[in-house]
Design a protein around this ligand. Sequence first.
Ligand SMILES: *Cc1c(COP(=O)(O)O)cnc(C)c1O
Length: 335
Amino acid sequence: MIDLRSDTVTKPSGEMLEAMMTAEVGDDVFGEDPTVMILENKIAKYFGKEAALFCPSGTMTNQIAVRINTQPQDELLCDRTSHIYNYEGGGAAYNSMVSIKLMHGDLGRFTANDVLENINPDDIHYARTSMVSIENTVNKGGGSVFPLDTIKEIAKVAVDNKLKMHLDGARVFNALVKSGENPLHHGKCFHTMSVCFSKGLGAPVGSALLGSKEAIARARRVRKVFGGGMRQAGYLAAACIYALENNVARLKDDHRRANQLANMFEDKMYVENIVSAGTNIVIVSITKDKSVKQLLEEWKKKGLLAVPFGPNDIRLVTHLNFTDDMLQKTTEILA
Ligand SMILES: *Cc1c(COP(=O)(O)O)cnc(C)c1O
């Protein structure tokens, strides 16, 4: 089966498993797991942040960020395509009692001016705008990359207006490989950053929240109350260290294959539109006369899996278990 439902379906390689099995571990809730500490230091340094916190999921790192960057009754700004808004079960309201104001960016990428226009006035009728969240790459934007210059402009507006800047960087490594930008330049723009090892980097579990020492100390308390304190988590952290050291540069192969995949749809009668921004995601819009469900079932019978992504859309995601042979086979399945 060729599984392009998500870049989370990958399985650890033998070498990654070896790294996990030989990891030195301790009780991380007591702050005694050396491998977790190595990962946290390594990933913080990677983006030039003071500290990091290892968490079980990107939803948790985002939700902790919302909690520590806001007060109840505040409002956070993000794009209407955002994972934080669409796919975290209404967590901002549930966990942090904040409302969300949505911006309408270009494939998820809004501008500094959009942010400026959406900051509420200092007036008791309005929620206090206190946080802005950027997703990079944008999942619902077909893996679109948020340009660093735009991020810098938004960061300036955020500082001027006392907003906390958060990155949902579930696929930030895809963005960095695509743009060739320096992760340290990104790190400077954000108060908090969420990064995932379980997406393109191929670790079985794991995300990290990055920020100042003070922010991460508060995040550690929130992680505990969210039930995210893990014990011998070094086994998982070892996989993430391996992923960070070995699986970043190779993302360019995923990008090439996604590009080739997108091209395969160009001459198909049932395709109305293709959104693929040069990283590892392809979103195909299907003409009204064809059903997404039916098409996915046909593909499944032939050995190809993808996910529905809205009433007329299908999403395909390339990842490290999707090889050139599979790409060739996909051409045949789609033909
Ligand atoms: C996958 C993802 C997350 C986090 O997902 P988890 O499954 O909770 O790890 C956050 N943001 C984006 C953009 C994602 O794609």
